[in-house]
Ligand binder design. Structure first.
Ligand SMILES: Cc1cc2nc3c(=O)[nH]c(=O)nc-3n(C[C@H](O)[C@H](O)[C@H](O)COP(=O)(O)OP(=O)(O)OC[C@H]3O[C@@H](n4cnc5c(N)ncnc54)[C@H](O)[C@@H]3O)c2cc1C
Ligand code: FES
Length: 505
């Protein structure tokens, strides 16, 4: 690993190149754009992705793992999922050598915004809500800011709840997105365990289930989605668990402590991630689902069959084409007549957007809250973001709604800027990732229906890019072991929308 403070040959850093090394004992990434050189922290502030293995785009770098984007000039986290900036160092060119010198000061705080709303209320303390609150303060909004959350825990790293935390490899301290002191420092009035029951658009006021109320000048609705509940004949409520909140995850962890065998209903992303995490705790896991191939509707038959193989290789048993017919104590009888034992059952059969109070208030809904390209609802001054928002996606030309962490955060960020009057279009290419044991799948774009799938490389070798196409247009690309290809596909799709041609990758 080169020590950049001792000098690094200019000739070894080509235009557009990145190299990882150290300076003063810290990990540094050196990047070159034309005749400009940048030295920044080597690792992403989200999950420590190695930035030198990412993609340079203009004067920004994108993380290979979950596509966060940082400014090389300011160190700012320009795009979620990273929320924290990275450190910068001064670079000096001397003869044919580069030297990384002292650290540069953090990017200065912005000035208060003129003409901002008198007060802002965010309903929802999840991905979109927190990213919005964070961006409002980063943009210099210094007015009253209230975040109302039905969760009993401050905004948390929800994707972790079915992965490392559930598997027992992530500590509880890693789960909050921000430390408790953040809300006080940023003057964010965070109301937990508080449910908005109704919204009065004329009075510009939300009323809570406990009778309290809050007025607003601008409102963001980011209420996410709730798990679809299943009625399972014979099952008691304590036997059937769902996973959305930190408390749900903790409940499963507590029950896993004494469990030997668990039935997971649903071969969804969450169902399968729960299966993998419980296997990591050495629990026997049986997945029961009506489809014949897991995830076929989203990923296609080939990827679905591959994911099944990965799980079976780690001891997960599948009972596909079936549902649970009834439960009697620990005995679970499947619709095909098979009988399993289960200490408890986890249901992961999809989610439904939480639109009730918005719909009752008269905001336009269409299988989600309808928003325009600025994420504004049918009511001026009221925005929606995250799992609930159905927006006009410039890449597919369709109005879509997705349930992806990164999209929710990025929408929260754009909605925040638009509440401050920026009129920014939301045109990010959708991205999600999912983890199955040691296999990470990255997915860019959006394909609800496709007419062909082409696989470049090999799923079995865990090295491939899977393209979902309609006609000759690539709608989405899923990759395994090809992070750069995923970032490049994202770039191509962005360029397609920017040229108005919707040509995809
Ligand atoms: C276990 C799990 C793992 C996941 N893993 C991944 C992954 O690997 N990759 C990926 O891309 N996506 C993943 N997702 C999906 C991702 O977490 C969601 O897309 C994202 O959280 C959506 O953000 P949101 O802000 O719209 O909703 P949420 O994060 O769900 O936040 C909604 C908030 O609204 C609050 N709320 C709801 N109703 C009310 C009300 N009436 N009044 C007040 N507050 C209310 C809730 O309490 C909550 O605080 C996962 C989801 C789960 C549950
Ligand atoms: S580690 Fe960089 S985006 Fe997640």
């Amino acid at each position: 690993m080169p020590d950049f403070s001792a000098g690094f040959p200019l000739s070894e850093l080509a235009d557009g190149g990145m190299v990882q090394g150290t300076a003063g004992g810290e990990d540094v990434m050196l990047a070159r754009r034309g005749d400009e050189y940048f030295a920044v922290g080597a690792f992403c502030s989200h999950y420590h992705g190695p930035l030198a293995e990412g993609l340079l785009v203009g004067d920004t770098v994108r993380c290979p793992w979950h596509h966060a984007c940082f400014s090389l000039r300011t160190g700012e986290a320009l795009r979620a999922p990273a929320l924290e900036p990275i450190t910068r160092w001064r670079v000096e060119v001397k003869g044919n050598q580069l030297f990384v010198r002292e650290k540069l000061a953090a990017h200065p705080s912005p000035r208060p915004v003129a003409g901002a709303p008198d007060s802002i209320v965010i309903v929802g303390g999840g991905a979109a809500g927190l990213a919005a609150a964070d961006m409002l303060r980063r943009e210099g909004y210094d007015g009253p800011l209230t975040m109302i959350s039905a969760d009993d825990f401050p905004p948390c790293d929800r994707p972790n709840l079915s992965k490392d935390y559930l598997a027992g490899t992530a500590q509880e301290e890693w789960i909050p997105l921000r430390p408790a002191s953040y809300y006080e420092d940023q003057h964010i009035d965070l109301l937990l365990d508080s449910r908005v029951a109704s919204l009065d658009l004329r009075q510009k006021r939300v009323t809570l289930a406990d009778g309290g109320s809050r007025g607003y000048s601008a409102l963001l609705i980011a209420t996410g989605a709730n798990p679809v509940q299943l009625v399972i004949p014979g099952a008691t409520s304590g036997q059937v668990l769902y996973l959305r909140t930190f408390t749900d995850s903790k409940t499963i962890v507590a029950r896993a402590g004494s469990a030997k065998q668990v039935v997971v209903v649903g071969a969804s992303f969450i169902g399968l991630e729960v299966a993998a995490s419980l296997r990591a705790r050495d629990i026997d896991v049986h997945v029961v689902a009506p489809e014949s191939v897991p995830l076929e509707r989203v990923m296609g038959a080939e990827v679905g069959a591959f994911i099944r193989q990965v799980h079976e290789g780690h001891g997960v048993a599948f009972h596909l084409g079936q549902t649970i017919a009834r439960v009697d104590g620990r005995t679970v009888t499947l619709s095909g007549g098979e009988v399993l034992e289960a200490d408890f059952i986890v249901v992961g059969v999809g989610v439904r957007p939480v639109v009730e109070f918005a719909e009752k208030a008269g905001i336009q809904v269409d299988r989600g809250v309808s928003v325009d390209e600025h994420l504004e609802t049918s009511e001026p001054g009221v925005f929606a973001a995250g799992d609930i928002a159905r927006w006009p996606d410039p890449h597919t030309g369709e109005r879509i709604r997705v349930e992806h962490w990164v999209v929710a955060e990025r929408q929260g960020q754009v909605a925040a800027r638009n509440m401050l009057g920026k009129r920014e279009r939301f045109d990010a290419v959708p991205f999600f990732w999912s983890q199955h044991f040691d296999v990470a799948i990255n997915y860019v774009g959006h394909a609800e229906k496709w007419d062909s799938i082409s696989i470049d490389g090999s799923l079995g070798a865990r090295d491939c890019a899977v393209s979902y196409k309609r006609g000759d247009r690539t709608l989405a690309v899923a990759t395994v072991g090809r992070d750069i290809a995923s970032l490049q596909s994202e770039r191509l799709m962005e360029a397609g929308a920017a040229s108005g041609g919707r040509r995809g990758a």
